[in-house]
Each structure stands twice: as structure tokens, then as C-alpha cells.
Design a protein around this ligand. Structure first.
Ligand code: ADP
Length: 495
């Protein structure tokens, strides 16, 4: 049960649908996430930069106001005038501090706080940043909730270089950054919201695309299941063909159908072959059985009749033997691993030997055997197998010839191939039959062939041998006039 569940999960994880889903989802979510973080950071940085720019503008205004006032003025004798001026300036600074929402302190060179928009006027400043500012350099510091500045106020003592400047005091300003926090929280909320919507959108898109992309494959799978379970494969294939799909999927279906067709044809031809073999092997046995039964059934038969019957039985045994020998040869040849024993062979010699061997049979029908050799031919062939090609063709040309006929065997070559042509003046082969003569057990005239003792396998074996030599064999024939078989084989054998 648990194993089943694990297998199911594993199969889902391995499925194309799941992978398309993950890829599309990641392809949308990851860039969205990265760009949201980027947008968030850029927006926050811009906001802070803008604020700092505003603080610096405010600092300039405050500094101008302080420099124009009498804050560090200790030379004015008229105390009343001084006090009035200080009061007026204090009011101005207070106004500015309020307007820019910042705290302003004015500290003299002895760290004494002359003015504070807070409540520390009259005290001594202990702030480190102020102490540093009193050394004459502008200071700034950023904290998570505030920004501090210290601007020295200086007068120069004649010369313009920094060393000759006297620091009168500093202006300390502090601006709150609390609203940055609020801004960042709001920004994050928007980013989260938009991000969540995008993630939902990405998941829906990934789901839809995973279905759209994998549906055709699912359909192929269904078709294959249908075809494999169908009783009528042709009909199931026809139905699968009519579906409209992506061109790649159509191509896979087409290839698959071609494969099924090829296998079906192979299986059918195999079945046909087996049934033909059984039939062919049974025929001589049936004849022998009839002959033997007749012998057994009739007692006291004359000696000559016995002889005749036994001769017939012997002929049938030869026929059976012929069929079995040819069958074994064919099966051996059809094996893809069947070896061919190639060597450089004198083709003229082979043809001459065969013709010599077949001469007596030809003479029995008064058939003339002619050999036209255009040139000596040496080629890479399997000697024994090629000899059986010549033998089959010439033997057929004699077998299916008329008495007093002719069989002409010609041998020629060019720089690439040699050509063996066997022409007879026999009965010929009809056009429909020409297409089938190389099929196993095919015979044009069954009754006549039986008389001649042929197995119907000779041309099938011949073609198989020629194919093994990477050659070709063709037949030209006219009924009643004669037949020509042309074999073309490369002079050099290339594996
Ligand atoms: P078989 O053993 O019957 O001769 P083959 O395979 O050699 O078998 O030939 C197949 C059939 O082709 C023969 O039965 C015959 O009908 C026909 N055939 C072959 N060669 C010739 C030919 N030269 N002339 C006429 N018919 C031929």
C-alpha cells in the first residue's frame, strides 16, 4: 500500500506534465521575485536619497540664517541690541526647524549650546559628532531612524587655506527617518500583494500549459493503447490518423503507424509462410500415403505395378527432400547474421561450369545452351552462393522452356558492376506474376511446377543471395515468347 503510494508519487514527479508545470512556474516566479526585490530596493534607495537631498537643502538654509545672525558675536557692546538680534534669530531658526521637522542646535567653540530647538540650550554638548565638527570638518551620520549633520561655522583669518580658519561653532541638525520605515512597510506590502498575484497567475499558467503541452502525448499514448488492444488494427489506426495535432506529434503517430504496419506485414507474411510450409510439406506426404495405401489395399498386384508405385513414392520423397533443403537454405540466408564468404572469383568459370553441368538436362528437351561472354569478369562474391544463383536461373530457363528452345546466358561488366543475363525462349511469365516470382512458394502454374519438381523457393533464395551481395535482380518477360532475368552485382564487395 505504502509502496504503491511511493511509486505513484515517483511516477508523478517523473511525468512530463509535472516537469512542464515546474518549469513554467519557475520561469515566471523566479524572475518576478528577483525583479520585485530589485524594484523594492531601488524605490527605497530613491526615497532615502530624495530625503537626504531635502535635508541638505534645509541645512543650507539654516546655515545661511545662522551665519547672517549674531550667534557667535561677542564683540557687540550694546547688550540690548545683541539680545534683540539673538531673539529674532532664534525665532527664525525655530521656524525653520519646525518647517523642516528637524532638531537644530547651535553650539559655540566651547561646546556650549547657544540654541536648541529641543530643551538643552545653556548646557554643554557632549555629543561625539559635535566634538568632531568643532575640529572644523562637516560631519554626517545615518541611523536606522535618524540622520545627523554637524556643520562648522568658520571665519578665515586673512589667508584662504583651511589651517588659518577659526571655528566659531557648529550647527547640529537631526532629521527623523521614521517615515522611511513606514514607506518601506507600505512598499513591501504592495510588493507582497503583486508578488502573490503573480505567483497565483504563474501557477495557473503552468497548470494550463502543462495540460496543453502534454495532451497530445497523452492522446498518442491512448491511441497506442487503443491500437494494441484493438481487434481490428487497421480500423484503430485509421481512427488515430484522423486526429488533428501538432506536426511533431503527427510525425510520431505517422512513424508509429508505419512501424505497426511493418510489424503487422511481417507477422502476416510469417503466418503465411508457416501455412505455406505446412501445406508444401504435407502435399508429398499425402501423395505417398495414397500410393502406399493403394499398394497395401491390392493384393497380388503384378510386379511392374509395384515398381511403378514405388518409383512414384521415391519421386515424392525427392520432392519433399528438395523442399526441406531449399527451406533450410532460405532460412539460413534470411538470417541477418548470415555470413557471406567473399573472395575474388572468376565469374566466367562459374557460369561455364554450371552450363556444363546442366547440359544433359537441356539436351533431354533439345534445348540449346549459349554463353555470351563479353569480357572476363573477376568479382568479389561468395562462390558457392553465386553458383546457386546461376544454377537456379539457368535451371528455370530450361524447366520453363519449350522443346527445341534456347537459353542464352550473357556476362558483361563496366567499371563498377558485372551483369548476368539469362534469357529463354520459353512460356514466359504474365505481368501480374512477374511482380510475385520472388515471393516464397510462388508458382505461376502450380500443376506444371509439380511435374517439374520445383519447390517454389528457388527465386526467393536467388534474390536473397543477390541482396546479400548488395546487388539487384530484375525480370522481363512476355507470355509465350520468353523470359530474361538480369542480375547486377558490384565488382567490389563493400560490407
Ligand atoms: P520453382 O522451384 O517452382 O521453379 P522458383 O522460385 O524458381 O520456384 O520460381 C517461381 C516460379 O516462377 C516458378 O514456379 C515459375 O512459375 C516461374 N518461373 C521462374 N523462372 C521462370 C522462367 N524462366 N520462365 C517462366 N516462368 C518462370
Amino acid at each position: 500500500m505504502k509502496k504503491n503510494l511511493i511509486d505513484k508519487i515517483r511516477s508523478v514527479l517523473k511525468s512530463l506534465k509535472f516537469r512542464v508545470f515546474i518549469i513554467v512556474a519557475l520561469a515566471v516566479i523566479v524572475p518576478t521575485l528577483v525583479s520585485s526585490i530589485f524594484i523594492y530596493q531601488v524605490a527605497l534607495k530613491n526615497y532615502i536619497e530624495k530625503k537626504i537631498e531635502n535635508f541638505e537643502n534645509a541645512n543650507t538654509v539654516i546655515r545661511n540664517t545662522v551665519e547672517n545672525g549674531h550667534f557667535f558675536d561677542e564683540t557687540v557692546e550694546d547688550v540690548e541690541t545683541t539680545n534683540n538680534a539673538v531673539l529674532q534669530n532664534n525665532a527664525k531658526i525655530e521656524h525653520l526647524a519646525k518647517a523642516h521637522q528637524c532638531r537644530v542646535q547651535i553650539v559655540n567653540a566651547k561646546s556650549y549650546i547657544l540654541y536648541d530647538s529641543g530643551s538643552e540650550a545653556g548646557k554643554t554638548s557632549v555629543a561625539k559628532i559635535v566634538r568632531k565638527g568643532l575640529a572644523g570638518k562637516k560631519q554626517s551620520a545615518q541611523y536606522y531612524d535618524a540622520m545627523e549633520y554637524v556643520i562648522p561655522v568658520v571665519i578665515s583669518s586673512g589667508s584662504s587655506d583651511a589651517e588659518n580658519q577659526i571655528v566659531l561653532g557648529v550647527i547640529y541638525t537631526r532629521y527623523s527617518l521614521k517615515d522611511v520605515d513606514v514607506y518601506s512597510t507600505n512598499l513591501l506590502r504592495y510588493v507582497h500583494m503583486a508578488g502573490s498575484l503573480l505567483v497565483i497567475f504563474a501557477l495557473i499558467l503552468a497548470w494550463v500549459l502543462s495540460i496543453v503541452f502534454t495532451n497530445p502525448i497523452q492522446r498518442i499514448e491512448n491511441s497506442i493503447t487503443e491500437i494494441s488492444q484493438a481487434k481490428n488494427i487497421d480500423k484503430a489506426q485509421e481512427e488515430a490518423k484522423t486526429k488533428n495535432d501538432y506536426s511533431e506529434v503527427m510525425e510520431i503517430s505517422r512513424d508509429f503507424r508505419a512501424l505497426v504496419n511493418r510489424l503487422t506485414t511481417q507477422v502476416r507474411s510469417q503466418q503465411e509462410f508457416v501455412s505455406n510450409v505446412s501445406h508444401e510439406l504435407k502435399t508429398p506426404i499425402t501423395s505417398m500415403k495414397i500410393l502406399a495405401d493403394s499398394l497395401l489395399g491390392q493384393q497380388g498386384m503384378p510386379e511392374e505395378l509395384y515398381q511403378e508405385f514405388l518409383q512414384d513414392i521415391s519421386k515424392e520423397i525427392d520432392r519433399e527432400n528438395n523442399i526441406i533443403t531449399d527451406l533450410l537454405e532460405l532460412v539460413r540466408m534470411e538470417k541477418s547474421t548470415a555470413e557471406v564468404n567473399i573472395s575474388s572469383v572468376n565469374i566466367n568459370e562459374i557460369v561455364e561450369t554450371i552450363l556444363r553441368r546442366l547440359k544433359p538436362i537441356a539436351e533431354s528437351k533439345n534445348i540449346e545452351l549459349i554463353f555470351e561472354s563479353f569480357r572476363p569478369v573477376i568479382a568479389d562474391v561468395d562462390e558457392i552462393k553465386f553458383a546457386s544463383v546461376v544454377n537456379n536461373l539457368v535451371e528455370n530457363a530450361i524447366k520453363y522452356n519449350n522443346t527445341d528452345g534456347t537459353v542464352t546466358t550473357s556476362l558483361n561488366s563496366d567499371h563498377q558492376y558485372f551483369y548476368l543475363k539469362v534469357t529463354d525462349t520459353g512460356i514466359g511469365i504474365s505481368e501480374e506474376a512477374q511482380e510475385r516470382v520472388f515471393e516464397r512458394f510462388f508458382r505461376v502454374d502450380k500443376a506444371r511446377t509439380r511435374e517439374t519438381g520445383g519447390s517454389g523457393l528457388g527465386l526467393a533464395i536467388t534474390k536473397e543471395i543477390v541482396d546479400k551481395h548488395h546487388g539487384s535482380i530484375k525480370v522481363h518477360s512476355k507470355e509465350g515468347e520468353g523470359t530474361t532475368f538480369t542480375v547486377r552485382i558490384p565488382l567490389k564487395y563493400i560490407k
